[in-house]
Design a protein around this ligand. Structure first.
Ligand code: WT7
Length: 635
């Protein structure tokens, strides 16, 4: 069942200004699509030609072992070759790569040259700790410049990084460390959020105490409070960076196009998170092309992707693609509403931000405070706006368009996933918009909406969103679990060889695509992706809970909120105190984003005869909707 529900206003059009279209990096969407369709491999090869390679590829696409597709086979490269190395010998050398602002107002700027040096130094530090090509490094940090440096340094030495979002708690961190078997971990003493310290290092200590996998912990000093430093295991970042071997030059590891660049864990239909694997070659080609064409990045732009580097949005569009394009990015540490609800608008005015890319939940959150806050600031530098993470409801779209974009800025609503690596359905600036629709596929991407048998559904009918042909930044596998990769994404439409996105969508009378929401046991809460199973296993790990089921209920601000149903163990009694205790328990085990809004204590749960919990029945009941087909219900 789709998680979100609104009726799309399919006839409301917004047309881009003619100057914007004329000056766009891609002025004609249809033309480029036709070109891509005619010869997809030649199309992607041409895009790959815009990058540097140590050695060019022999084969653009190897589909001989589908769905284990390989791109740019035989090519030699490294993400850092294109993101940094090639810039420092050219005209970008002194351009700003990042402007960072701390929540406390601290500022750091990094030119390409300076960033390159810092990355080299840290690459030497990693090598000094014995990190080699292929070793996994876990990164669990706040939004500080060092997270970018760390990710790039890992790429430079060929060590796939596994970034775990700083909002996750110890169990989530521990299970990701274990799955990746990473011996080295990077963290901060703490992170600033709403004027308070998030004690990251304490969480690291707890997570590390659950196994003896991690041998070295590197700690960036950000907040300065007293923390435990374990002798022999823990090192201060600034001390390592001051060692003689931390020189500002370092060799970039020569990687195969198909060598892993990173693992990023995301939620799926079971409790165990999936390590989505991306590689050096195809991912560079696809992320840089999509950013350049959808957001029309120009030399003088100031690009702000307001996501966290810990999510795919941050990997692709804070760290990697903007650097490949030689853009200047803003990175802001803290909360949008701190100290006042105009912090973001202040940042736009202060840095002359020209493109802002954020999530519907953030827009709705800021919309609540009214128009006065944005109106206090000069937002005239903005020329494009973006949205990602969940369907944007038309009210939020219109507010964003009118109040922030002053009706001048197109809203680039990008549909994609951790697994896709880059934008899949998105307007280019030349495409006419409808609020709430991500419009049409990116050039070179073939999607359809189909029924259970794979037949295309009719106009405005719901179906499975599928991707019909491979693309360069597609997920290569689930780390260490090829079977899960196949069963999750390729099994349902194996006969056709299509990728199953896990979303329900429809296509309107103009061919515009409307993504409605997830149709598996995955929830979108404030744009974050959470498996029902993760929250449920968090709940049952409490001694009072025997069994639980969670569902997503539509919410104006968060898109969805979590409702949980718990069966207690014999002798335990449901109460307000226990509800509060269980919420605190989930916060500690899984993280703040997983905390249920409401917990109901029940005697039984609706199940199929084979024992699967029927969450759709719980949801229909919670929403007062018809319960639907109950023929498979056990009781
Ligand atoms: C799921 C993927 C892609 C980066 C952030 C999320 C939903 C994402 C949109 C959009 C409607 C969207 C889908 C998708 N989603 N963007 N523009 N319109 N839905 O990545 O955590 O892997 O989640 O987010 O349901 O499957 P993710």
């Amino acid at each position: 069942m789709a998680e979100q529900g609104f009726t799309p206003p399919t006839s409301e059009w917004y047309h881009p200004a003619p100057e914007l279209v004329a000056n766009a990096n891609v002025p004609n969407y249809e033309e480029v699509c036709a070109q891509a369709r005619q010869d997809p491999q030649a199309f992607w090869a041409e895009r790959a030609e815009t990058l540097s390679w140590y050695k060019k590829w022999d084969t653009v696409l190897d589909d001989s072992n589908a769905p284990f597709y390989k791109w740019f086979v035989g090519g030699k490269t490294n993400m850092v070759l294109n993101a940094l190395d090639r810039h420092v010998s050219g005209e970008k050398r002194n351009k700003l790569a990042f402007i960072w602002e701390g929540e406390d107002g601290a500022e750091v700027t990094l030119s390409y040259w300076r960033l390159w040096q810092e990355v080299n130094k840290f690459a030497n530090v990693l090598r000094g700790l014995g990190v080699q090509k292929g070793d996994r490094v876990t990164i669990y940090m706040g939004r500080v410049p060092e997270i970018v440096i760390a990710m790039l340094a890992c790429a430079k030495v060929g060590a796939p990084h596994s970034v775990v979002y700083g909002g996750f708690s110890e169990q989530a961190l521990a299970s990701r460390i274990e799955d990746a078997q990473s011996k080295v971990l990077l963290t901060c003493d703490g992170a600033w959020l709403r004027g308070k310290i998030v004690p990251l290092k304490d969480t690291v200590d707890e997570a590390c105490s659950r196994s003896d996998i991690v041998k070295d912990v590197i700690v960036v000093k950000r907040t300065g409070q007293a923390i435990n430093m374990q002798a022999g295991r823990d090192h201060w970042y600034h001390e390592l960076m001051a060692l003689p071997h931390a020189k500002p030059e370092a060799e970039t590891e020569i990687m195969d196009a198909e060598d892993p660049l990173f693992i990023l864990y995301t939620s799926g239909t079971t409790g165990k998170p999936k390590g989505v694997l991306h590689t050096h070659g195809g991912y560079q080609v696809y992320t840089s092309t999509t950013l350049s064409w959808a957001f029309d990045i120009k030399e003088e732009d100031r690009w702000w992707c307001a996501a966290d580097p810990g999510w795919i949005t941050g990997h692709s569009y804070i760290v990697y693609a903007p650097l490949i394009l030689g853009a200047t990015s803003i990175l802001y540490e803290g909360a949008p509403t701190f100290p006042e609800p105009d912090r973001w608008w202040q940042l736009v005015a202060k840095y002359g931000i020209s493109i802002l890319y954020t999530a519907p939940t953030a827009i709705r959150g800021l919309m609540r405070f009214g128009e006065d806050y944005p109106d206090r600031h000069d937002l005239s530098s903005l020329r494009l706006l973006g949205s990602v993470g969940e369907p944007i409801n038309p009210e939020a779209w219109r507010w964003y368009h009118r109040v922030i974009g002053k009706e001048r800025c197109p809203i680039i609503d990008t549909w994609w996933q951790t697994e896709t690596g880059g934008f899949m359905i998105t307007p280019l600036p030349s495409v006419a918009l409808k609020p709430g629709s991500a419009t049409r596929p990116f050039p070179g991407i073939e999607v359809d909406i189909v029924d259970e048998d794979g037949n295309p559904v009719g106009v405005n009918e719901d179906g499975d969103l599928v991707i019909k042909t491979p693309w360069p930044s597609m997920i290569r596998t689930v780390y260490g679990d090829d079977e899960r990769f196949i069963s999750q994404y390729w099994q349902k439409y194996a006969a056709q060889g299509w990728y199953l996105a896990g979303d329900t969508a429809r296509r309107d009378e103009d061919g515009y695509l409307w993504v409605i929401g997830r149709n598996d046991d995955v929830l979108k809460v404030s744009g974050y992706r959470l498996g029902t199973a993760e929250v449920e296993s968090g709940l049952v790990s409490h001694s009072a809970v025997a069994e639980s089921a969670v569902i997503g209920i539509p919410d104006e601000l968060r898109g969805n909120v979590i409702y949980a149903y718990c069966i207690l163990v014999a002798g335990a009694e449901g109460s307000d105190e226990l509800e509060a205790e269980l919420k605190a328990h989930v916060r500690h085990e899984v993280g703040p984003i997983a905390v249920p809004k409401q917990i109901e204590f029940v005697e039984s749960l609706p199940k199929t005869r084979s024992g699967k919990i029927m969450r759709r029945v719980l949801k229909a009941q919670a929403l007062g909707q018809p319960l639907g087909d109950l023929s498979t219900l056990e009781d």
